[in-house]
Design a protein around this ligand. Structure first.
Ligand code: OXD
Length: 297
């Protein structure tokens, strides 16, 4: 929070920004910048004209019953967030291809054993969700020489990426040796990473999940890993964050966890677009990166 307030002050100190935990006049607030706000909080602000997410995702705003879809909502589209996501996913792809996670497990047993590894020509990567982050990640993998296909509600034209629409999920999955989930969380994508869809992947497929916890049916993932159908999963997002200490993922040898850190908004990079939107709002101009509140993304 301090970093965000400091960024606002440094970039434009003429705009009044308050920390919601400090006393302030709620009726004077026209724009709320939020990240996983407590449900009900937004209803305390009677004059909100815009709710801005601090990140790329907005699912947590829709989940708050005190948010009314009549209030315009914006999200972050930021080159730094995009590059961070491309790099994170690329790191996971190579960790899988080169068997780095398996070596980590073997190291714990002081076990020296060279293993065959995969080359990029041997795999097809499937990206679920071809929004801004999904498209950028798919293109970055294409530039690195990977075979890449994408799945989204409607087909997309992206150079080098074979695109499938919602009716072709099975065929898309059947060719995805590495499956990357970058879908928005909506009622139709919740639970999409389930045993039926895992079974449609080629044997030995690897999952990289960097979207939202509720896309994944966690018990189905464990089943697919324990049966040997999936070779591993790099999971960055969870139903409950932070994950509780007792969760089976922590100790599972085929689950490679990170604490929702694939791409983290940088206040210095994001604040200028929040300020631009604040000024647009004040001047009744169109907002940047406005969310379609009907579609949910
Ligand atoms: C985001 C995230 O939505 O970090 O930006 O998950």
């Amino acid at each position: 929070m301090t970093q965000w307030l400091a960024a606002f002050k440094a970039i434009d100190s003429s705009v009044k920004v308050v920390d919601f935990r400090e006393p302030h006049d709620k009726a004077s607030i026209t724009m709320a910048l939020v990240w996983k706000q407590a449900h009900g909080l937004l209803s305390l602000y009677p004059n909100l004209k815009c709710v801005a997410s601090m990140g790329a995702g907005v699912d947590f705003i829709f989940e708050d019953p005190s948010y009314s879809t009549s209030i315009p909502m914006t999200r972050v589209v930021d080159p730094m967030l995009i590059t961070d996501m491309e790099e994170f996913v690329t790191a996971q792809v190579y960790a899988h291809l080169k068997g780095l996670y398996d070596y980590k497990v073997k190291q714990q047993d002081s076990f020296w054993s060279q293993q065959p590894y995969l080359r990029k020509e041997e795999v097809t990567i499937g990206v679920m969700g071809l929004g801004i982050l999904g498209t950028a990640t798919a293109c970055s993998l294409v530039r690195q020489g990977f075979k890449v296909q994408g799945w989204s509600v409607t087909k997309k034209k992206i150079a080098g990426v074979k695109s499938y629409d919602k009716n072709d999920l099975d065929i898309f999955l059947s060719h995805s040796n590495i499956l990357i989930c970058l879908l928005p969380l909506t009622p139709s994508t919740e639970g999409i990473l389930n045993i039926t869809n895992f079974s449609a992947l080629p044997e030995g497929a690897f999952l990289i999940h960097v979207a939202r916890g509720p896309h994944l049916v966690e018990t189905d993932l464990i089943e697919a890993l324990d049966s040997g159908w999936l070779s591993g999963a790099a999971i960055d997002v969870f139903h409950q964050e932070p994950l509780c200490k007792e969760h089976v993922f922590w100790k599972h040898p085929k689950v490679h966890m990170t604490p929702h850190c694939a791409s983290i908004s940088s206040p210095e990079s994001v604040v200028p677009q929040v300020l631009a939107n604040y000024k647009a709002l004040m001047n009744s101009q169109p907002l940047l990166n406005q969310v379609n509140t009907e579609k949910g993304y």
